[in-house]
Design a protein around this ligand. Sequence first.
Ligand SMILES: Nc1ncnc2c1ncn2[C@@H]1O[C@H](COP(=O)(O)OP(=O)(O)O)[C@@H](O)[C@H]1O
Ligand SMILES: [Mg+2]
Length: 344
Amino acid sequence: MAGPVAVDRVGTASEVANMNGTAIRARGLTKRYGAITAVDQVDLDVRAASIFGLLGPNGAGKTTIIKLLTGLGDASAGEAEVAGYDVRRDPMRVKERIGWVAAEVILDDDFTAWENLWLQAQLQRLKGWGTRAEELLRYFGLSDRRDDKVQTYSTGMRKKLEIALALLHQPEVIFMDEPTIGLDASTRRMLWELIQGVNREFGITVLLTTHYIEEADALCDHIAIIDHGRIVAHGTPTELKARVGADFIEIATAEPVTAATFSAVPGVLEVRSQGASWILRVRSSEEVLPRLLGLLRTDGIRRLNVEKPSLETVFLDLTGQRLDTAGENIDYRKFYATMRRARG
Ligand SMILES: Nc1ncnc2c1ncn2[C@@H]1O[C@H](COP(=O)(O)OP(=O)(O)O)[C@@H](O)[C@H]1O
Ligand SMILES: [Mg+2]
């Protein structure tokens, strides 16, 4: 018989985490606010050096999950390990190893980039941070603006600086809460490239939240779709899309056609009418399109539109809601301006 198992592990837990390749592990993570269960029995396994996305509408529980994983909030139940350490037992060790880019603006406008970095270094009691700060400014293309006040920066430059601040202490894991919320399309794309670059260049695990489907699709190696505090599906973007297992064909004809005409076509799973068009749910558009074209006179087709499975159709399939419009009614320019004013 083996003797009692030593409780204290030899070697750092972080080495152990890197060995088995898991940067974040959660089991049964739950957070209740009175009657509201904001996070409900969430399990997570985030591979080290990957980009992991929590995708869900406003109020789904994404920010709360980040708070629980970063030790900013206490879980009502469940457990989590981040960078090899238990969030509840070793919160300081976890904090040393993680960075956080909040959804709201955290920069001090009256400070220069360099002063913001200095402030961050003081807050975290970092030594010898200067070289690292210079390296980060160079990496983000901000070196020649380091002594300019942040109030003169564009939104894209602010975002870069926020990420630089989060990377200053060389974290293993970085959390980004809605990193591109309210940004215009080109700034958003720039930021996607930047996040991918940081992930590859520095080997940092990225956990980000978003309600933008194209963002999760373009950026993440692995996605957990979250709704009402629960993970309703997870997988790679490709795996998730394969779940739907159907394409949609929208078709409008010059002459009246009955639903029965379409239903009779092999490979058509479902026929719905929508205004002047028909929506066909089909096994595969490649298989069904030639049959449709053979059936209808080509010059009798007014409109033809093929929709391949997307994360939007997955979300729709799982929750019966569309995700793409969530949170879009907020004026983010005003929001950012208010945040800045509130900071004085
Ligand atoms: N401090 C709090 N007190 C009470 N309810 C909260 C608090 N924080 C979040 N909630 C509620 O928990 C749910 C999840 O919120 P949140 O994690 O912010 O969602 P998301 O980030 O996905 O938009 C929402 O119903 C929200 O109103
Ligand atoms: Mg949020």
